[in-house]
Design a protein around this ligand. Structure first.
Ligand code: BG6
Length: 528
């Protein structure tokens, strides 16, 4: 298969026929995704938002696409007193609120669902769970394999993990006990100290290979594709460095506001909510060195080196490299939306930032001096996650006597969402008698020419966890390194006396505060 540029549509065309003198390339072959080991998934917090909105749909979709192991069972646990039937009804309602559910597959799926009430502060309750697990396991020949998925508010992680350990539920490897894994969602702590404490609590009874710390951004197809794009193609990597790249811009813009999560968001703000995790992973995938093999620990060793090389923020004046903002009322999709301070549950004088732009540097040989602009915010003009690699201008213009010095530099854009794509902008000659340059864009859409099933992020993480693949999960050192970088910034922002002066307001539905645009313009002028 060859890929060639189609100049008429500015797109990449897939041509199955080999060129006459080139070797034909075989189409990609992917191994099947169905996990081999049977297992029980214990969802702790099964009546909550995460379980009903994300986990139930993901598990159901995996089930109807025949991607779950055989046998598999789901035991929902929570403080709410439910029985198997009422739990199944809740799950069904949750699925039906998202799409239609056919009766026959639902009934088969429902036969795998069970419920047990669990009081998080009662060891006896966890011992009861241990007994249920043992009986269920024996009754269905699961072989002792189990996943504890903590779908609870994060403040409960420590307690639940300790209870699981004390109830003898964290062990694995002894005869008949199979494997045991525990899944936790971000936020992993709220600063360096709390992250260290949480990790200590988890690692008191579980070993690192049993702990799956989810970052759903890592499970997005196009985020994984960054690594494939960089390391399965020979032509980009030699340019992927300070000699050719002017700057890198990573954006995760949302149109959503804080929704019903003010209780969490007021304490977290955009830096904890998006930067400590998703933005750092996007940065690491873009900047890391090639691992010698595509294996979980080798990839995580490389991302860890990026985190370790982050230049600490200027202590006294973080504002040189940071713009914070908060949205005011405005229009999203032509509908009026409230400002952050008017959202239910938000303090009317809140200083919590819902927007941040941060300039970071990676102090290593490859990236010395290249600014990485990280931007994320709520209630912006468009839902857009993308990585822009802005190349430098040509060192010398041979067209200067005709066109002047400036020639628009090349730009590569990796679109993560909503458009999953890769585009490359370059110069061509405008057809005609005179030499005139024209910027054109070569684009590749991720789903074009692909008709197979797509896994959403939660389906992917559940499968990976069942398969024991930790590639897309945070390792403890990465979590702590990112907090080490961000905690001083947070402390300065949160305790600084000019906090109010550094919070820039923006109208909802725009691209953030004007101060952010001025900041980026000024930084780019300075670097010229
Ligand atoms: C979550 C944040 O981790 O990511 C949310 O807590 C944010 O505040 C969400 O809205 C964005 O995820 P996505 O996949 O919609 O870009």
């Amino acid at each position: 298969m060859t890929h060639e540029f189609d100049s008429t549509s500015d797109s990449i065309k897939t041509d199955i026929e080999a060129e006459p003198f080139a070797l034909a390339v075989s189409p990609a072959v992917c191994p099947g995704d169905k996990p081999a080991d049977p297992c029980i998934i214990v969802i702790i917090g099964a009546s909550g938002d995460l379980a009903t909105r994300k986990l139930a749909p993901a598990l159901y979709k995996l089930y109807i696409n025949d991607r779950l192991p055989d046998p598999f069972l789901i035991i929902g646990c929570g403080r709410t007193a439910l029985n198997n039937e009422s739990f199944r009804d809740r799950m069904k309602d949750a699925l039906m609120s998202l799409s239609t559910v056919d009766v026959a597959p639902w009934q088969r799926f429902a036969g795998h669902l069970y419920y047990q009430t669990l009081h998080y502060d009662s060891l006896q309750s966890f011992k009861d769970l241990a007994r249920t697990l043992k009986e269920t396991d024996a009754g269905h020949a699961v072989g002792g394999n189990k996943i504890f998925y903590l779908a609870t508010p994060p403040f409960l992680y420590k307690t639940i993990s300790q209870m699981l350990v004390q109830a003898g539920l964290s062990g694995e490897g002894e005869e008949g006990s199979g494997w045991t894994r525990i899944v936790v969602e971000k936020p992993f702590g709220t600063d360096l100290q709390t992250a260290v404490e949480l990790n200590q609590a988890l690692l008191e009874g579980f070993r690192e290979h049993q702990v799956y710390r989810i970052d759903h951004y890592l499970a997005k197809e196009t985020v994984q594709n960054i690594v494939v794009f960089r390391f399965a193609n020979a032509i980009f990597e030699p340019l992927w460095m300070r000699n050719y790249i002017d700057y890198v811009s990573i954006t995760a813009a949302e149109t959503l506001g804080v929704e019903h999560r003010a209780g969490y968001y007021e304490k977290s703000g955009v830096l904890r909510d998006m930067f400590q995790n998703h933005m750092m992973q996007l940065l690491a995938m873009t900047a890391m060195e090639p691992p010698s093999r595509f294996e979980a620990d080798m990839v995580r060793d490389e991302t860890g080196k990026v985190f370790r090389s982050l230049r600490p923020f200027p202590g006294e004046n973080p504002w040189e490299n940071l713009v914070l903002g908060q949205y005011c009322p405005g229009l999203i999709d032509d509908k009026k939306v409230s400002g952050y301070r008017e959202e239910p549950g938000v303090n009317a004088q809140s200083f919590t930032p819902a927007f941040a732009m941060m300039k970071v540097f990676i102090d290593n040989w490859r990236w010395q001096g290249v600014p990485f602009y990280l931007t994320s915010g709520k209630r912006l003009a468009k839902k857009l996650t993308e990585i822009v690699i802005q190349f430098k201008e040509v060192p010398h213009s041979v067209f200067r006597h005709i066109l002047g010095e400036h020639i628009t530099a090349n730009r590569l854009t990796l679109g993560i969402q909503p458009d999953e794509k890769i585009t490359l902008t370059f110069q061509t000659k405008n057809p005609g008698a005179r030499v005139c340059l024209r910027s054109v864009t070569m684009d590749f859409s991720y789903s074009r020419d692909y008709t197979g099933p797509m896994l959403d992020a939660y389906e992917k993480v559940i499968l990976d966890c069942m398969n024991g693949d930790q590639m897309l999960f945070w390792r403890q050192d990465g979590v702590e390194l990112c907090w080490s970088f961000l905690t001083p910034v947070l402390e300065t922002c949160e305790f600084c006396s000019e906090r109010a002066a550094h919070l820039h307001f923006y109208e909802a539905g725009t691209w953030g505060p004007p101060a952010a645009r001025e900041f980026i313009k000024a930084s780019q002028l300075k670097s010229r």
